[in-house]
Design a protein around this ligand. Structure first.
Ligand code: THU
Length: 127
């Protein structure tokens, strides 16, 4: 499948990142089962631990709008090299079973992974 459109949306979203502390702007674009796209950016905070990554912003925004089934998420940043989701974001991607993760460099060159590849043996429990 061609994910150019989703990567483009992630890199466009990146322009709206709030990243005054790290200077690294990150954007994400999440494709829902019903064909909608929710974007997200990293939102930093002077209390650094309060920062939210682009991937989680996109997912939380979709959940808040009532979307719970997803096809794929794309992420890209200002970095020339490909950016990969952090551990916390991988846990959230696992929670909502986002099956395909597209990681891009700043120019839109991307690689496609299955969730299981980036988050093998994810924590599951009968609670
Ligand atoms: N960041 C993301 O938004 N997504 C990632 O996948 C990795 C890191 C953000 C968090 C922080 O605002 C900045 O990048 C530097 O770590």
């Amino acid at each position: 499948m061609d994910y150019d459109f989703l990567v483009t949306r992630a890199l466009e979203a990146r322009e709206r990142a709030y990243a005054p502390y790290s200077g690294l702007r990150v954007g994400a674009a999440l494709l829902t089962e019903d064909g909608r796209i929710y974007t997200g950016v990293n939102v930093e905070n002077i209390s650094y631990g309060a920062t939210n990554c682009a991937e989680r912003t996109a997912i939380f925004s979709a959940i808040a709008e009532g979307r719970t089934s997803f096809k794929a998420i794309a992420v890209g940043s200002d970095l020339e090299k490909t950016i990969y989701p952090c551990g916390i974001c991988r846990q959230v991607l696992a929670e909502f079973k986002v099956p395909v993760i597209i990681v891009s460099d700043s120019k839109g060159k991307y690689r496609v992974y299955r969730l299981e590849e980036l988050m093998p043996s994810a924590f599951e429990a009968e609670l």
